[in-house]
Design a protein around this ligand. Structure first.
Ligand code: SF4
Ligand code: SF4
Ligand code: SF4
Length: 356
């Protein structure tokens, strides 16, 4: 992901500064921003809200030492200030739409001045759905500004009055960890500001955001002893494994599970209510059409086949069979093959594995 963002960023930087490729450069910048924005939206859709305020890299010195909520806030708060106060010379989205109140936070600043403990408290306090509303508003306003930019605007310098204005505002803290931003911005022209913060600043903090998310998921996976999902999939043989901490954890990101409240799919709910570890323990498995097992769902057929296999041969043999299959096929293909060939294919690979 980071590589893809860096490639687009390089192309944008090369194209934007030449008159003949300026419009194309803007398109690439908008594409880069859209990719990162879509990623932030995708994570929100399926991720446990509690995770947004956790700091799994608290002891590191990089951007990942913060939280997911802080990463988003910091990206857009800076962009809002730069877009409206420095470039457009109009009112920030934060003020216009009363975001301090809506977010439920005590600061108006970029957050650079907050120490780790304060970042943690800030992230617990911030209203997550309003944070995403703020993201949407800032993102679309900035995109509008970018679309309207003319090539000659790139050379425009920031007025020295803006420096005094910011020094006397609460938008940038006078703490040494933050106040440098004012000189940094005010010494740039519009072209320099487009490069930072409208592109590279996003890349750095979206990267940190994803590192934090992935770490929380990996931690959840480690803590989940049973690596077989409730419907019968093996989490260790799942193409969503990097994204999902298991439907037995707080970080279930199964694409089907995330369609339901708190990411609890009907099969997880039903098995839990009936007191089963998984659907493989249920006497109604063969005829069940609940949730993921609904008729004609190919992925459901594959999961149910796994569950039937477990019922007969056990979880350990399922893992052996899938390990053996994975020597020849990728996870997606394996799932398709199990859906088509049912128990037969799993039994075949179990036997091959047990021969060795
Ligand atoms: S999507 Fe399902 S099988 Fe895959 S890791 Fe998540 S819970 Fe496990
Ligand atoms: S469909 Fe349900 S039970 Fe199966 S992996 Fe997804 S969340 Fe878990
Ligand atoms: S009824 Fe269906 S969904 Fe419920 S536990 Fe049994 S097999 Fe699973």
């Amino acid at each position: 992901m980071g590589k893809e963002y860096n490639e687009l960023n390089k192309r944008f930087q090369t194209l934007i500064s030449k008159k003949e490729s300026f419009e194309e450069g803007k398109e690439i910048l908008l594409e880069l921003r859209k990719n990162m924005y879509d990623m932030l939206m995708l994570v929100k859709k399926g991720f446990n809200p509690t995770g947004f305020s956790l700091m799994p890299f608290k002891n590191s010195n990089g951007y990942e030492s913060k939280t997911m909520a802080y990463s988003i806030y910091h990206i857009i708060r800076i962009e809002d200030i730069v877009c409206h106060t420095l470039i457009k010379n109009d009112e920030q989205v934060f003020e216009k739409n009363d975001y301090q109140k809506r977010l439920g936070i005590d600061i108006k600043s970029t957050g650079n001045e907050l120490n780790k403990e304060e970042v943690g408290l800030f992230s617990k306090k911030i209203n997550l759905s309003e944070l995403y509303n703020y993201l949407n508003d800032v993102y679309s306003e900035s995109n509008k500004m970018i679309k309207e930019l003319k090539f000659d605007d790139l050379k425009k310098k920031i007025s020295p009055m803006k420096k005094d204005y910011l020094l006397n505002s609460s938008y940038v803290s006078n703490n040494e960890s933050a106040v440098w931003l004012i000189d940094y911005w005010c010494n740039k022209n519009v072209l320099g500001l487009l490069k930072m913060p409208f592109s590279r600043h996003w890349i750095m903090h979206v990267d940190a955001f994803l590192k934090i998310k992935n770490k929380l998921i990996q931690n959840a996976k480690k803590e989940t002893k049973n690596k077989i999902s409730v419907c019968g999939f093996s989490c260790n043989h799942c193409f969503l494994s990097m994204w999902c901490g298991s439907c037995r954890s707080e970080y279930n990101c199964c694409s089907y599970g995330t369609l339901f409240e708190s990411n609890v799919c009907p099969n997880v709910k039903c098995a839990k209510e009936k007191g089963y570890e998984g659907c493989y323990d249920c006497p109604n498995l063969d005829s069940c059409e609940v949730g993921f097992y609904k008729k004609d769902n190919e992925d459901g057929i594959s999961a149910k086949t796994n569950a039937m296999f477990i019922r007969q041969y056990g979880k350990k043999n399922l893992v052996l069979a899938l390990d053996e299959m994975h020597k020849h096929f990728d996870y997606k293909k394996m799932q398709e093959m199990v859906a088509q060939n049912k128990l037969e294919i799993l039994v075949k690979y179990m036997k091959e594995a047990n021969k060795e």
